[in-house]
Design a protein. Structure first.
Length: 164
C-alpha cells in the first residue's frame, strides 16, 4: 500500500547556532549567503524540496539546505516584504505604513518581532504581531504598476466584433 506523502511545509524557524560541523548541509552555491545569515534570530520560511535540499525563504533571499536541527516557531501571519500598518494601540506606537524588512524571534517574549521600513527608510522600533495589520499598498495613478490587466480576446471573437 502506498502511503500519501503529507505536506508538512511551510514551517517557520531560525538557526540560533550553526547546525552541523562544516558546510555540507548547505547547497554549495548558497554557502556564502548562509554564512552571512546563520546563526541569527531571523525567522525563515521552509517551503519546498529539491532533491536532498529544502528551500528556506527570507523575503527575496533563498537558501537551499538539507533538513537539519533548527528552532521551529509558530507563524504569526506575516512575512518579510508584507505591507503593514503600525497600529497606534493607545498612542504606544506612531501610526505608519510600510513593509516588513526583518522578522526575528524574541526568545524572552517567545514571539516574533518585526522591523519595518517606511518609504525606503528603516524604522528602528521593533513591533509585535499585535502592533501590525495587513494593508494593500496604494499606488499613485500614474505608477506603471497600476496598469489594469486585460483579458486576451480570441482572434475569431476580435474578427467578429470588427465586422459589427
Amino acid at each position: 500500500m502506498d502511503l500519501l506523502k503529507l505536506k508538512t511545509d511551510p514551517k517557520y524557524g531560525f538557526y540560533p547556532w550553526w547546525p552541523e560541523d562544516g558546510d555540507d548541509w548547505v547547497h554549495p552555491e548558497d554557502v556564502p549567503t548562509a554564512h552571512e545569515t546563520i546563526p541569527s534570530p531571523r525567522v525563515f520560511r521552509r517551503d519546498g524540496e529539491h532533491g536532498p535540499f529544502v528551500t528556506l525563504h527570507y523575503g527575496q533571499l533563498q537558501l537551499r539546505v538539507k533538513r537539519t536541527m533548527w528552532q521551529e516557531v509558530p507563524w504569526e501571519g506575516y512575512e518579510v516584504g508584507d505591507w503593514v500598518e503600525v497600529l497606534s494601540r493607545g498612542q504606544k506606537n506612531t501610526p505608519r505604513t510600510g513593509t516588513i524588512r526583518e522578522m526575528e524571534w524574541e526568545p524572552r517574549a517567545r514571539s516574533m518581532r518585526y522591523f519595518i521600513e517606511e518609504a525606503g527608510n528603516p524604522i528602528p522600533n521593533a513591533y509585535t504581531a499585535d502592533d501590525l495589520r495587513h494593508v494593500e499598498p496604494v499606488l499613485p495613478v500614474d505608477d506603471p504598476a497600476t496598469i489594469t490587466p486585460t483579458i486576451p480576446v480570441p482572434a475569431e471573437d476580435a474578427d467578429a466584433r470588427a465586422q459589427l
